[in-house]
Write a protein that binds this ligand. Structure first.
Ligand code: UD1
Ligand code: CA
Length: 460
């Protein structure tokens, strides 16, 4: 049976006070609507329809760019926002003959499990509605039940009378029905209500009138159905989401100095006995093997940290593979294409890019290592710079095993340094150095005998 998911994302989101369409504001690094699309795409046989309006082109581009082409994603345009019923109607033509699920681009934390439960209840005699009971139901559509507790209508807050406004069971907006039911009910909607809109919620009364039972289900947690209207709500849902992620990681064997001060904006695969200090941000795809330790204030993006790797405070890693027992920082900047071998050590104020450092390599201080390959157990002295750029092209620096590069050396690429070679401190190396040679590339020291330091004359 087909499943069509209609995601409403046409609203302007005035209260965000932003030039960015509301559904493109980010939660955990991903646009709000992307969360919904990803969850919906995980449902069996789902075909996705996104109804766009305000900033439609931007929303379309953002979603198309980040969506793999194997999942079907269709866009429908709602040029004028005439209500949720009108929005769903824009997708009618593209629907199959199975079930339809309505979701919202600004309700990002809805869980697949909740949706599966909802969809299981749908057939020709039943539709499903997700409701939530709130302490303060102001603004929400209220669920009206009859004497035998059956759901018979939804009344919008603005249309509700005083008695109806005391009802605390609210409409989340999320509902599911058969395509046939929807095709039958939508054309009957009218805009004769307080807001002059075509309310999707009016289909509930039509269901009741048709003898279709409305099955009400509840989410496992209210944050699942929380919608975002302003930046305060966005920040609060972000925290709720991060909390949930930290809980999951702690259950898997990760210790946090403070789970409130951790952010995961992407996916992380973790081993056991990992320690994460405060203010760590993980982005993209990150793998942390057993016994990895991450110090405070580190940003780690798209990286793999092998067993026992140690990232000291204030380090920034992107596109990095750290070998077993290697360490970096404090204040290390490891850029894309950096690979540290086992036990390799990169110290403070070292920047690397497209750099392979073999097992046991040490670069302790203040270096730039770019477009380079460094053999095992080589020592890179403080202030070493690979001069990899001639203003037009990048060139490589190949450094052998067990090399000793003295401090403050410039290695002008392309250049090769053989195994066991020694580079004297302060050298500028422009030609190849063979195995085990000593290269000194600096001007000789001159000592001027009998030189007198100038003396300050007293003012007369
Ligand atoms: C809606 C429900 C209400 C429910 C509440 C939950 C209706 C009539 N009311 O009210 O019962 O308690 O959600 O949050 O459905 N949208 C469009 N096109 C439109 C109108 C809306 O795409 O023409 C989208 C909006 O971008 C938004 C969602 O639909 O994502 C809900 O619309 P909104 O106007 O916020 O509905 P509410 O008045 O909050
Ligand atoms: Ca509204």
């Amino acid at each position: 049976m087909t499943l069509d998911v209609v995601i409403l994302a046409a609203g302007q989101g005035t209260r965000m006070r932003s030039k960015t369409p509301k559904v493109l504001h980010k939660l955990a690094g991903r646009p709000l609507v992307q969360h919904v699309v990803d969850t919906a795409a995980g449902l069996d046989n789902a075909r996705l329809h996104v109804v766009v309006g305000h900033g439609g082109e931007t929303v379309r581009e953002a979603l198309s760019a980040s969506t793999s082409d194997d999942r079907e994603l269709a866009f429908c345009e709602q040029t004028e926002q005439k209500g949720t019923g009108h929005a769903v109607a824009q997708a009618l033509d593209g629907l199959g003959d199975g079930k339809v699920l309505v979701l919202y681009g600004d309700v990002p934390l809805i869980q697949a499990r909740t949706l599966d439960t909802l969809l299981e209840g749908v057939d020709e005699q039943h539709m499903a509605l997700l409701t939530v009971t709130l302490d303060d139901p102001t603004g929400y559509g209220r669920i009206v039940r009859n004497g035998s507790d059956a759901v018979v209508a939804i009344v919008e807050h603005k249309d509700a009378d005083a008695k109806q406004r005391t009802i605390r069971e609210c409409n989340t907006g999320i509902m599911a029905m058969t395509s046939a039911q929807l095709q039958r009910w939508l054309p009957q909607l009218s805009a004769e209500n307080a807001q002059g809109e075509y309310y999707l919620t009016d289909v509930i009364a039509m269901a009741a009138a048709d003898g279709v039972e409305v099955k009400a289900a509840q989410p496992s947690s209210p944050v699942e159905v929380e919608g975002i209207n302003d930046r305060r709500q966005l920040a609060s849902l972000e925290r709720a989401f991060q909390h949930r992620q930290a809980d999951r990681l702690m259950a898997a064997g990760v210790s946090f100095a403070d789970p409130e001060r951790f952010d995961l904006r992407g996916d992380v695969t973790v081993g056991r006995d990992i320690q994460i200090d405060v203010n760590v941000i993980l982005e993209g795809q990150v793998t942390l093997e057993d016994d990895v330790v991450i110090g405070p204030n580190c940003v780690i993006k798209d990286s793999i940290l092998r067993r026992g790797a140690l990232v000291k405070a204030n380090s920034h890693l992107e596109g990095v593979e750290m070998g077993e027992g290697s360490d970096c920082g404090p204040f290390a900047r490891l850029r894309p294409g950096t690979r540290l071998g086992g036990r390799a050590h990169v110290g403070n104020f070292v920047e690397t890019k497209n750099a392979t450092l073999g097992d046991g390599v040490k670069a302790g201080h203040l270096s730039y290592l770019g477009d380079t390959e460094i053999g095992r157990d080589t020592n890179i002295g403080a202030g070493t710079v690979t001069c990899n750029y001639d203003g037009i092209n990048k060139h490589r620096t190949l450094i052998g095993e067990c090399v000793f590069v003295g401090s403050n050396s410039s290695l002008v690429a392309p250049v090769t340094i053989g195994n066991g070679a020694t580079i004297a401190a302060g050298s500028t190396i422009t030609r190849a150095v063979a195995d085990d040679e000593l290269a000194i590339g600096r001007s000789r020291q001159v000592v001027k005998q009998g030189w007198q330091r100038p003396v300050k004359m007293p003012k007369s």
